[in-house]
Unconditional design. Structure first.
Length: 464
């Protein structure tokens, strides 16, 4: 027997009148239009008693009972069919093809940027990494080294990671024995100068002088370990000074922030030469949720060393930042003008920055409650991958929760730069216009950190 589609829809509608309100509502919006009756009302229908073969199912909706029937199930299938069969409103988005981590893009950046490993002091680990006989394995600056602390003398030493005997990694299974580091492979022991002091199975009256590994110059400052890197293998050309006053001023460590950035080491420092980017990338207040409503206007100054000035230290430069105003609703309202004493509050917060070498940045943040210090250290673990660690210090009376708020704001401010830094291509010949910052002066300062062999060490054929 042949049954028309209209007969089927009519039968579905008649059966749906025995459904509970929610199911009957679905049938009215889906099936009734097929019958041409658009005047059905959900509220006007009277709920009949369901046939005995129907099982009511109550859902977590107030005063709603849905009775599953063949018609309700079929009605939902009809709706899903027409919903899935609707034509697309537009062509779909294409997949992202730009990948800054691709081999091609990294090769282009490596060719365009300055050498990735400038000469200077680098923060490679903390004292907590080498306590209680621990050995810290470090891969950075194109090298593999290990750091350990002598159990008796307390001296911290940094040695090349691989044993000169057969190449075992001294940090992976190596043990601190007294003031020496024992290789996990054949138990050769190295002192803090890198010399072999024991070969347990060799019957030697004296150990040959060639049995040694390279020791790197290191310093321990504020419970952090720094290593000197120089492409020519020279001893340290300058010493760390920016950290000397922290302990004498009675400041204590309150907060540490850690992060990774896929960028060249120079990017953070070059920001100092770019005052206008503070009004664009750092224009929004670095607080999620408020960055759309509140903007910041910054005032920037910078000073780079000049060779003709005998008092300038060529590895250091200075930079200041002050929040001149907070602008509300896209600049329509000025916090300085609208709020009483706003000018006094804004002018009392001032940040001075010192770049000490290529990897160390010292921040002094002056507030009405006191002065905080933040030390940002950058360690190039690969040519375009930096490990960044921020140590926050404050006087004893400064509330720790306020330090953590400043640290969080600072971390969000760094994130405002990330997208530009991690996709940027270096321009050796810059196309500068009036209003740009002193980029040439910064480039001359940054060149002081390189020597004759820097380019070779940073651009060898090794594929990162």
């Amino acid at each position: 027997k042949y049954i028309s589609f209209g007969d089927i829809v009519t039968k579905m509608y008649n059966l749906s009148q025995g459904m509970a309100p929610l199911g009957r509502g679905i049938s009215q919006f889906i099936i009734a239009p097929l019958l041409g009756d658009g005047n059905l009302s959900l509220s006007s229908a009277v709920k009949p008693s369901p046939p005995p073969y129907m099982t009511p199912v109550t859902y977590l909706l107030p005063s709603v009972e849905w009775v599953w029937t063949p018609s309700s199930f079929l009605a939902i299938l009809v709706f899903l069919f027409f919903w899935a069969s609707r034509p697309p409103s537009r062509a779909p988005k294409q997949p992202r093809t730009h990948d800054p981590t691709s081999t091609r893009y990294r090769a282009l950046r490596r060719k365009a940027f300055p050498p990735p490993f400038p000469n200077g002091w680098y923060h490679v680990c903390n004292l907590s990494d080498v306590q209680r006989g621990a050995v810290k394995s470090i891969s950075a600056l194109g090298m593999d080294v290990v750091c350990f602390k002598g159990a008796k003398s307390g001296e911290v030493a940094i040695l090349d990671a691989h044993c000169p005997h057969l190449g075992a990694h001294l940090g992976e299974g190596g043990q601190v024995v007294g003031d020496s580091l024992r290789c996990p492979f054949h138990s050769w022991r190295f002192d803090t100068d890198g010399k072999v002091v024991e070969i347990p199975y060799a019957k030697l009256s004296t150990i040959p002088s060639k049995c040694k590994t390279r020791k790197h110059h290191s310093r321990v400052v504020l419970d952090a370990v720094w290593m000197w890197f120089d492409a020519e293998g020279r001893p340290p050309l300058w010493e760390l000074k920016e950290f000397e006053d922290v302990e004498s001023d009675g400041l204590t460590l309150r907060c540490v922030k850690q992060n990774f950035f896929n960028q060249h080491l120079a990017e953070m420092c070059e920001n100092s030469a770019d005052p206008y980017h503070f009004q664009t990338l750092h224009g929004p207040l670095p607080i999620p949720g408020l960055n759309k409503l509140i903007g910041c206007r910054h005032e920037i100054t910078q000073k780079y060393p000049q060779r003709e000035n005998a008092q300038d230290e060529m590895h250091m430069c200075k930079f200041t930042e002050r929040m001149a105003d907070l602008e509300l609703m896209g600049g329509k309202f000025s916090f300085r003008k609208l709020v009483p004493f706003a000018a006094l509050i804004l002018d009392s917060i001032f940040t001075s920055v010192v770049f000490e070498g290529p990897g160390n940045i010292s921040f002094t943040i002056r507030t009405p409650l006191g002065t905080m210090r933040m030390f940002m250290t950058n360690l190039p673990v690969e040519p375009f991958r930096q490990y960044v660690e921020n140590h926050w210090y404050a006087p004893w009376y400064f509330p720790t929760f306020l330090v953590k708020i400043f640290a969080t704001l600072s971390a969000h401010a760094l994130e405002q730069d990330r997208q530009v830094w991690e996709n940027k291509m270096y321009r050796k010949n810059m196309n500068l216009v009036g209003g740009d910052g002193p980029f040439p002066a910064f480039r001359r300062y940054w060149a002081n950190h390189y020597s004759e062999s820097s380019d070779k060490l940073g651009r060898e054929t090794l594929e990162w």
